[in-house]
Design a protein around this ligand. Structure first.
Ligand SMILES: [Zn+2]
Length: 377
């Protein structure tokens, strides 16, 4: 498998004690080297401005470039070098996607900073530019349909918003409900031409390998088989791992491997093997840098220290469509409400309770209600 990596990814630093740290990448690189998998490593260039502008507004790109130093949101710090490294992260994801498409084999982009919370006109949640969205735009120059699968702990609100009205890029996300960024409701189905091509599966805390196996077999595989993407991009956030302190999912390492295996099999069947993986979400390292509290605790902004960009202010006031309250998984179960259906070729929505989704949610309810025994590896 091709790896894409740049040494400058280590230069990117949030605040002291921040979980999105260079140690994440150190841990991954060290493990890949120890396993003798550190070969076929490509070094990317910064993403082209023209391609970046397919995803982000020129004003937002310039605002990151000229930001200087300070907080973009309580969790997202900008330094003078952030812009350049964020361009390299987007460039790395694009290079992985292009290589996978050309070779017909998987590629893994080991990039920092992450991207899936960055929308067209805002950053946030440790993200500046939406790496996976930029890679999808690059692939769309050559192919018709791209699927983005996001099984990070968090909802990729940026990716969701960017493709919400489009059907050429399907977005499907599992995420823990009720945590940051507070978006990704089960009835967020897409808009206009994109209706049916945005799928959000919010799950309660406690969900682990069995729930994800249900998700993969009963939702992801049928959806991808129906959509028939030419390429699959993955926002791989290892923060859904049971040892990660950010959330409440309980995926084990074998659970992650099983999802990857299934996605690889699907990509071989549907796209001729061109499966591209990148850690688009936030990956927590399990080395000495893990967790908050190191170096005396996480540095948070004081009042008035966050510079919020004008369009972002509108969104935070609830004036844009995606920041709203929809039903979470518990409410869906209680109401037995309609979620989604998909047939062969075309999408249809509404009317009746979908048995596959029902089975999935029953599974996660069962898991959430039971004590989960987590095997140590
Ligand atoms: Zn995450």
């Amino acid at each position: 498998m091709t790896l894409v990596y740049h040494p400058r990814y280590h230069e990117h630093r949030q605040t002291i004690g921040h979980p999105e740290s260079p140690e994440r990448l150190d841990a991954i690189v060290a493990r890949l080297k120890a396993e003798k998998l550190w070969k076929d490593v490509l070094t990317p260039e910064p993403v082209e401005r023209g391609l970046l502008e397919k995803v982000h507004t020129p004003e937002y790109i310039d605002s990151v470039k000229d930001f200087g130093e300070g907080f973009m949101d309580p969790d997202t710090y900008v330094r003078p070098q952030t812009y350049e490294i964020a361009l390299l992260a987007a460039g790395g994801t694009v290079l992985a996607a292009k290589t996978a498409l050309e070779k017909g084999t998987p590629a893994f982009a080991l990039v920092r900073p992450p991207g899936h919370h960055a929308g067209s006109y805002h950053g946030g949640g440790f993200c500046y530019f939406n790496n996976v969205a930029v890679a999808a735009e690059e692939l769309r120059r050559k192919v018709d349909r791209v699927a983005i699968v996001d099984y990070d702990l968090h909802h990729g609100n940026g990716t969701h918003d960017i493709f919400y009205s489009r059907r050429d890029v399907l977005y499907i996300s599992t995420h823990q409900s009720g945590i940051f960024p507070g978006t990704g409701y089960i009835d967020d189905l897409g808009n206009g031409k994109g209706e049916g091509y945005n799928i959000c599966i919010p799950l309660p805390g406690g969900c682990g390998d069995t729930t994800f196996e249900l998700f993969v077999n009963k939702i992801l595989a049928p959806v991808l088989s129906s959509y028939k993407p030419d390429a699959i991009l993955v926002s791989l956030g290892a923060d859904a791992h049971y040892m990660d302190p950010l959330g409440g999912f309980a995926l084990t390492s074998p659970g992650f491997i099983s999802i990857s295996d299934k996605l690889l099999a699907l990509s071989r069947d549907l796209c001729g093997g061109g499966h591209r993986v990148h850690p688009g979400g936030r990956l927590q390292c399990q080395g000495p840098g893990r967790g908050r509290g190191r170096d005396g605790g996480l540095v948070r902004p004081k009042e008035g220290e966050i510079r919020v960009l004008p369009q972002r202010r509108r969104e935070l006031r609830g004036e844009t469509c995606h920041r709203r309250r929809g039903p979470g998984p518990e409410e869906v179960l209680a109401r037995g409400m309609t979620i989604c259906r998909w047939g062969t070729g075309e999408w249809s929505w509404g009317g009746g309770f979908d048995s596959r989704m029902s089975g999935m949610l029953d599974g996660c309810r069962k898991l959430s209600n039971e004590a989960i025994e987590i095997p140590f590896e």
